[in-house]
Design a protein around this ligand. Structure first.
Ligand code: ADP
Ligand code: MG
Length: 330
């Protein structure tokens, strides 16, 4: 395992904590004798940092149907056996420009794409750099190309897997109708991304909630597109069985199969939310009832579905209409 990780587990939480607890800065009092302020200047924007994180989740933690797992494993083999495949077996004759490997994981939110990227890094014994692509694009207008270069540099230097989350805008071809002035910077961003991808010798993982309309330039460079669908009944049962921690006290009526039957249309990320909320219901109770019951979980399942229906996630809305949540009676 490389020892070059600059992983600081507390850092993001500490920063978040600091942001939450920091008192608002009062406006500076006007000084009558102060020189007139400089003409409107852009406030300095801190460049995003790209820390290398150590994966804690592995492929064994990822609950996906067999074919999805096999696609991921085959993509990994192309990384692990790159030298044999491209040098010894001379695949470079038919594919001379493939230096690194880019994967695209696509599908609905909460289906485990980001987690899979982390697990891929774990499998390769590498750290990973998690970049919210949408954020570097929107928050650092004009600096996007520079930041793209920076994160590739950071990943190359650390030998880390580079993960671009919410990468739909860069992968999409729906940018052709932007206005002329925006056009230039969009094209620059795209060509920088393509150049970096071509030069990068490591592994890049894009994750996106949208599958449609990929730009052909990116499609050509992406080794494998892996679809993360909403879990089927069997996968849901495995998710329920795996996600409930052994340490979580639970009543005998908590049953993975029954929960799975009531969770159609939900993703693993939704189940995580249900479990956390159900545990929060239980934690204040005392004595023997201080444990999560099926009722706690079903109540939170209903809440999660209703919230999703309200914010318009179609699958959830549909399920709300067609699926009766079966609350077992004891
Ligand atoms: N297929 C899965 N297997 C195991 N856990 C999952 C899966 N999908 C989601 N989860 C759980 O939900 C959380 C959120 O998933 P995430 O990877 O962020 O989804 P996405 O990136 O697709 O939106 C994960 O951290 C994990 O705890
Ligand atoms: Mg994600």
């Amino acid at each position: 395992m490389p020892n070059s990780w600059s992983y600081i587990p507390e850092a993001p939480a500490a920063a978040e904590q600091a942001r939450r607890t920091m008192p608002a800065v009062p406006p500076a009092p006007a000084l009558p004798s102060a020189p007139s302020p400089a003409p409107a200047q852009r406030p300095p924007v801190a460049a995003p940092e790209f820390p290398v994180r150590r994966p804690v989740r592995t492929l064994a933690d990822l609950i996906v149907p067999g074919p999805v797992g096999e696609r991921l494993r085959n993509a990994l083999r192309q990384v692990q056996y790159h030298d044999v495949l491209f040098q010894q077996w001379n695949l470079r004759r038919i594919d001379p420009h493939r230096a690194g490997v880019a994967l695209n994981l696509y599908g609905p939110p909460g289906t485990g794409k980001t987690m899979a990227a982390e697990a891929l890094a774990a499998h390769l014994g590498k750290g990973f750099i998690d970049v919210n692509y949408a954020e570097i694009e929107s928050r650092y207008v004009g600096d996007t190309p520079k930041n793209i270069v920076r994160c590739f540099e950071a990943a190359e230097k650390a030998g880390a897997v580079l993960v671009f989350n919410e990468a739909d805008s860069i992968l999409g071809s729906r940018l052709s109708s932007v206005t002329q002035s925006a056009d230039h910077s969009v094209n620059l961003t795209r060509s920088v991304m393509l150049n970096q991808l071509d030069a990068f010798t490591g592994v890049v993982v894009f994750t996106t909630n949208f599958a449609a309309n990929y730009d052909s330039a990116f499609v050509r460079r992406i080794l494998a597109h892996v679809h993360f669908d909403l879990p089927d009944r069997e996968t849901l049962a495995r998710l329920w069985a795996t996600l409930l921690p052994d340490e979580l006290p639970r009543a005998d009526d908590v049953d993975a199969d029954v929960l799975a039957a009531a969770s159609t249309g939900l993703a693993g990320g939704d189940l995580v939310n249900v479990i956390v909320a159900a545990a929060a219901r239980a934690v204040e109770r005392t004595g023997a009832s201080r444990r999560v019951t099926a009722d706690d979980l079903f109540a939170e399942l209903v809440t999660v579905r209703a919230a999703q229906a309200a914010v318009g996630r179609p699958s959830a809305r549909q399920e709300l209409l067609v699926e009766q949540v079966e609350v077992p009676t004891d």
